[in-house]
Structure formats: structure tokens, C-alpha cells
Design a protein. Sequence first.
Length: 201
Amino acid sequence: MELNQQTFNPPRDIQEIQVIQFNCNKANGGQEREFFEALHPKSQHIIAIQEPQILTSSLSTKVPVGYRLALYSHTATRVAFLVSKELDPSSWSVLSLSRDVACLLVKTKGDPLGIINVYNPGPQSQRQGQRSALPEVQRALCRLQRQRSEVDILLLGDFNLHHPNWGGPDTTPDQEAAGLIRLVDQFGLDLITPVGTVTFR
């Protein structure tokens, strides 16, 4: 999907955009339903989800009240965005969508914000024939930089990769994690999660 070349308007009366990342493990209509029902569109503006439950009848997923869905309609889709209806639809646009990588461009009062939402199958799944999402992440990062001269980038998701930089000093690194670190360095991104933060329970 191409970026809609329209005039973007900054979100009305919103001083700060809150982004939440959540892997719902295909249970947003089931055991994780409570999380989704507790969302507040007035203060929780963008929800980047991984592994949504895709309804085969509609190739969509459950959408909480007060949100719009940005989703690549396919049974194997593993990323989606929920965007608060409090954000003017002309203030955001989907830059790209695929089954494992989605990019949202949001106009803010400052520089535009590019949010890249990723589900990477991880080393074990890749040994079973699934492809890494990192080449597609690199294409999304390049595309964001070509679209706008100044854009803040938030890269998030479920990368299924272990490394001491984000898992702590006792973490055994996955080989592919070095590729993610190279991408982060290449595009001047910083890890904002404190080292050792538990990201899986």
C-alpha cells in the first residue's frame, strides 16, 4: 500500500502520543480480551500488536471500541495496528503493510513519527522454513528515510531474538541478533528498554 500523499494534520489537543506494544498470542478475542477491553482510546493512542487472532471469515481481527484497524488482510498476518479514533484520520497513514512488518506514519506537533511493528519468526521457526523479517525491516527503515527528511523512528515488536543488550549479561545471544544490532546501528536507533528488562513471562 502506498503512502497517501495528503496533507497531514497534527492530532487535535493531544500533547503526547502513547504507543503500546503487545503480543496477544492469537488470543485478543479470548484470554487476552481483558487487556483489549481495558484500553482507553483517549490516552492510549496506538496499539502495535503481534500475533492477532485472524478471523478466517473476514480476514480481520477483533477491534476494541474507539479504535480503527490497520491490518494486512491475510490468514497468516502476524502484525497489526489499532489506532485511536481520537487521532484525526488525516494525521496518520499506513506506509506499508505485510504479514510480518507494518509501518505507520503519524504526524505530530514536531517531526513525523514512523512506527515499525515487527513479528520475526525467530531462529527455531526459520529452521522450519519461515523467513526472517529483518530484510523487510531494513526496507521499511529505508522507505521511511526516503519519505521524509526528518522522521523519528520507533522500531518495536516481537523479534524472538535473545542478546545480552536487551536480555541482560547472562543471556546467550542468537546469531541473528547481530543482524538486528547492525540495523539499529545503521539507522542510528537506540534501545530504550533498560538492559535486563524482562520482556517475556
